[in-house]
Ligand binder design. Sequence first.
Ligand SMILES: Nc1ncnc2c1ncn2[C@@H]1O[C@H](COP(=O)(O)OP(=O)(O)OP(=O)(O)O)[C@@H](O)[C@H]1O
Length: 239
Amino acid sequence: MTVDTPHPVAATGRQPTPPLLRVEGLTRHFMVSGTRIDVLHDCTFDVSRGEVVAVVGQSGSGKSTLLNVLGLLDEPSSGAYTFDGVDTTSLREGRRSRLRGDGIGFVFQQFHLLERRSALANVGVPMVLGGVPLLRRRTRARELLEAVGLGHRLHSQPHQLSGGEQQRVALARALSREPALVLADEPTGALDAASSTMIMDQLIDQSRVRDAAVVVVTHDPKVAERADRVVELVEGRTR
Ligand SMILES: Nc1ncnc2c1ncn2[C@@H]1O[C@H](COP(=O)(O)OP(=O)(O)OP(=O)(O)O)[C@@H](O)[C@H]1O
């Protein structure tokens, strides 16, 4: 007797979901004083919703350059980058920045919070840009700060918070518009072990609970080992 393995689509009745982001043959070079510097070469990979991917590689291998392209802050020199079904290659700036604001949240090593503004106000910034009404904004910012354990520091300004607390504010800000993709560039680089664990817990939670895709650039093996998958950059090439 032969047993047929059911076709995945027939078995579930659903089409497989395409990846949230797809990078194909992507290159990026810069011209400096008439000299061409090739940074990324023929990078190809994809990331699906619900996945946490760590991007690792030696200093200068092109990790931040790649993250800038994924975040629609920069454009590839050649190749394709498709985000949420949109080929981003020929997008005009207005559409590109709407796609970025609606779909992508950023966390950086150096927090980049507004000084002299409260944690609540900082978390509200992307929602101001997204046209979210004031009351909704304040409620959501409070909920997000409570979720990262800062419900008691809503009115504190960045200089009144520790590094770990500032990064939690930055993370709450990144999540304020419920982005499909969270990009984090060395999010734990300036933090101690306990704060690093907390930030990674929150990032992983985004993928598990909200089905977001998370891409984390890191030098820290402990961070990389918590990812579902690792993309290694070696002299600008993905492995
Ligand atoms: N705007 C630019 N103009 C010229 N060269 C650039 C530019 N941006 C990046 N580079 C070069 O690209 C290379 C890769 O830089 P990138 O910051 O992406 O590396 P990285 O892997 O993130 O490094 P690190 O781990 O040290 O942060 C470096 O040699 C850098 O000097």
